[in-house]
Write a protein that binds this ligand. Structure first.
Ligand SMILES: O=c1[nH]c(=O)c2[nH]c(=O)[nH]c2[nH]1
Length: 315
C-alpha cells in the first residue's frame, strides 16, 4: 500500500517569530540626562500562517526583528513596550490574531559620583533580570483586543547565614535528611506575578502607539497598575526584605510570606508565583580533626582587629 505524506499529516498548531533580539536604547533628556535600557526580546506570532508551513507561502510571514525598538514611546517600561509590540502586530496585520512577547531586561543603574547620580554612566548592579510576558489576543476582532501580562524577575541570587531552620518534616524509612535549627539558606529567586486581565482600547493610528488600557479602578479590564512603574521595584524589595528578616521555618513558608506582601502592596496583581530552589551549603564535619564545625558559636569567628597606627592586620 502506498502512503501519501500530504494526506496523512495536518498542521495542528503554529507560531513563529524571533527570539534573543537585543535592543539597547538611549533616551536623551534636555539637560544631558541619559536613560538607557537593554532588553532581549522574543516576539512570536499566531494567525492565518499555516500556508507558510504547508505550501511554502512566505507572503503571510511578516518581519518580527527589531520593529518598534527605535520608535516606541513606551520603550522605558518593559510592560508597556511588550503590550505595544503585541498591540502593533495584532491590530496592524489582518491575518495575525495572537502575539506572544517576552521582554527580558538587564540591569543598568546610575554610577554615583560625589553623592550625585551621574547623567550618562551606569553599572551592572546585579545579574538578575526583569522578565515581562505579554500575550495580546485579537481573536475576537481588532477592536476587542485583550491581553494577559505577567512580570517578574529571574536569577536573583540571595543567601542568609542564619535565621533559617528546617525541622519536623515527615520522616520514614526513606528519610536521610537531618533536621537543623540553624542553617545557611541560599536560593536563586525566580518570581512572576500576573496582572488582572487587560482589555485594550484598540489604536486607530498607523504606528499603533495610541493604544490604551483602562486606567480607572472598577472599569472593565482595569489595568492601571500596569502603568505603575513602582510595581517591579516594590516586588524586588519585598522579596529581598522578607528573605532577610523572616525567621524561616522552610523555603515554602518564607516564599508564601513574600507572595502575601506583593499582593498586599500592589492592587491589580492577581497571583504571584515563586521558584526558590535550595542551594545547599552543607557544613563539613571536622570531628576527626578535633574541631566542632557543626555548632555555630561566636568563638569560632576569628577575632579581627585593625590597627591603623601600626598598620597591622590581625586575624
Ligand atoms: O525549606 C526546605 N523545604 C523543603 O521542602 C526541603 N526539602 C529538603 O530536603 N530541604 C528542604 N528545605
Amino acid at each position: 500500500m502506498s502512503t501519501n505524506a500530504a494526506e496523512l499529516s495536518t498542521l495542528s498548531y503554529a507560531k513563529y517569530g524571533k527570539t534573543n533580539v537585543r535592543v539597547f536604547r538611549i533616551v536623551r533628556g534636555d539637560d544631558g540626562l541619559h536613560t538607557v535600557v537593554e532588553y532581549s526580546v522574543e516576539t512570536l506570532l499566531e494567525g492565518d500562517i499555516e500556508t507558510s508551513y504547508t505550501e511554502a507561502d512566505n507572503s503571510v510571514v511578516v518581519a518580527t526583528d527589531s520593529i518598534l525598538a527605535k520608535t516606541s514611546p513606551y520603550i522605558l517600561s518593559p510592560e508597556k513596550f511588550a503590550l505595544h509590540i503585541g498591540t502593533f502586530f495584532s491590530s496592524k496585520y489582518a491575518h495575525i490574531h495572537k502575539v506572544h512577547v517576552t521582554v527580558t531586561q538587564l540591569r543598568w543603574s546610575r554610577i554615583t559620583v560625589d553623592g550625585k547620580e551621574h547623567k550618562h554612566s551606569f553599572y551592572r548592579d546585579g545579574d538578575d533580570r526583569r522578565v515581562v510576558k505579554a500575550i495580546v489576543d485579537a481573536t475576537a476582532g481588532k477592536h476587542a483586543l485583550t491581553a494577559t501580562l505577567t512580570s517578574g524577575l529571574t536569577d536573583l541570587l540571595v543567601l542568609k547565614s542564619t535565621g533559617s531552620a528546617f525541622e519536623n518534616f515527615y520522616r520514614d524509612e526513606y528519610t536521610t535528611l537531618v533536621p537543623v535549627d540553624d542553617r545557611i539558606f541560599s536560593t536563586s529567586v525566580d518570581l512572576s506575578y500576573t496582572f488582572s486581565d487587560i482589555k485594550l482600547v484598540a489604536p486607530q493610528d498607523e504606528a499603533k502607539t495610541e493604544f490604551q488600557v483602562p486606567l480607572k479602578e472598577g472599569d472593565e479590564g482595569y489595568a492601571g497598575s500596569v502603568w505603575d512603574d513602582g510595581v517591579a521595584e516594590r516586588a524586588r524589595k519585598a522579596t529581598l526584605e522578607v528573605f532577610a528578616v523572616d525567621e524561616s521555618a522552610s523555603v515554602q513558608a518564607t516564599l508564601y510570606k513574600m507572595g502575601q506582601r506583593i499582593i498586599a502592596e500592589n492592587a491589580g496583581i492577581k497571583n504571584v508565583s515563586y521558584s526558590l530552589p535550595n542551594k545547599h551549603y552543607i557544613p563539613v564535619d571536622m570531628k576527626y580533626l578535633g574541631i566542632d564545625n557543626l555548632t555555630p558559636t561566636a568563638a569560632q569567628t576569628p577575632a579581627r582587629t585593625f590597627s591603623s597606627a601600626l598598620g597591622t592586620y590581625v586575624s
